[in-house]
Design a protein around this ligand. Structure first.
Ligand code: PGA
Length: 257
């Protein structure tokens, strides 16, 4: 855990929960979990549900809001796409970039991911840059090379202030949605490599202060162990964030450690 940091619990709902389900989730979640200084909690609902989330979470500023994806240009003739500034206008203060599902299904390559991070920053959103290797890359011993490539595609172009806003999420592709979470040792190793790569671009001090989340089959019963792994500053949760009780239990791991 970073010296100054409190753990970040991020919920990535992917293509789940339209406005009514979002409002229902928030209603149940806010009843279930009181605000706490001990954690940062961020939800990434589908873009069409940002407004419903904001409305349902009124009076609970601890329930922060993010957008799952934005287009890499500011505006224009891009049917169906969402610009970072629009997401900000809808109440988002965070944004994901580089999620492996976007990279795989929508062709988001490193250059596009870098452009999306720029757009998020310009719109005043805090980017969570997802990185991670496929099983094949891991088996080929390419973990360090993959992380180095994904970091160097984005970080060098940013100013020091911009870099200080960046949060990373280490998400090994083989652990996402598979029920097979990475072990504490695997996560610690990858986070150390990632932090060294960040230090190479941004310097030691900034790297030490950068939050790196882990994502991939995080559940209520493995969260505390993952947060105990050296260098883990929070979790990015997919499937287990869809149920208010399950995500509340994950968030409570902050106090249980
Ligand atoms: P999962 O997804 O928790 O369902 O494995 C994590 C993610 O893709 O961010």
């Amino acid at each position: 855990m970073r010296e100054s940091g409190r753990p970040i619990f991020a919920a990535n709902w992917k293509m789940n929960k339209g406005p009514p389900e979002t409002a229902e989730f928030v209603r149940r979640f806010r009843d279930r979990l009181d605000p706490s200084e001990e954690r940062t909690t961020v939800f990434f609902p589908p873009a069409v549900s940002l407004g419903a989330f904001r409305e349902a979470a009124a009076g609970r500023p601890d329930l922060e809001l993010g957008v799952q994806d934005v287009h890499e240009v500011e505006s224009g003739a891009h049917t169906g796409a969402i610009a970072a500034r629009m997401a900000a206008g809808a109440g988002a203060t965070w944004g994901l970039a580089g999620h492996s599902e976007r990279r795989r299904e929508f062709g988001d390559d490193d250059a596009r991911v870098a452009a999306k991070v720029q757009r998020l920053l310009e719109a005043g959103l805090r980017p969570v840059l997802c990185v991670g290797e496929t099983l094949k890359e891991r088996e080929e011993g390419a973990l360090r090379a993959v992380l180095a490539r994904q970091v160097s595609a984005v970080a060098p172009a940013l100013s020091r202030d911009e870099r200080s806003l960046l949060v990373f999420a280490y998400e090994p592709v083989w652990a996402i949605g598979t029920g097979r979470s990475a072990s504490g040792e695997d996560v610690a190793e990858a986070h150390e490599i990632l932090r060294a790569e960040i230090a190479g671009v941004a310097g030691d001090e900034l790297a030490r202060g950068t939050a790196i989340l882990y994502g991939g089959s995080v559940k209520p019963d493995n969260t505390a162990g993952l947060l105990d792994a050296p260098g883990v500053d929070g979790v990015l949760v997919g499937g287990a964030s869809l149920d208010p009780e399950s995500f509340a239990r994950i968030c409570e791991s902050a106090g249980a450690r």
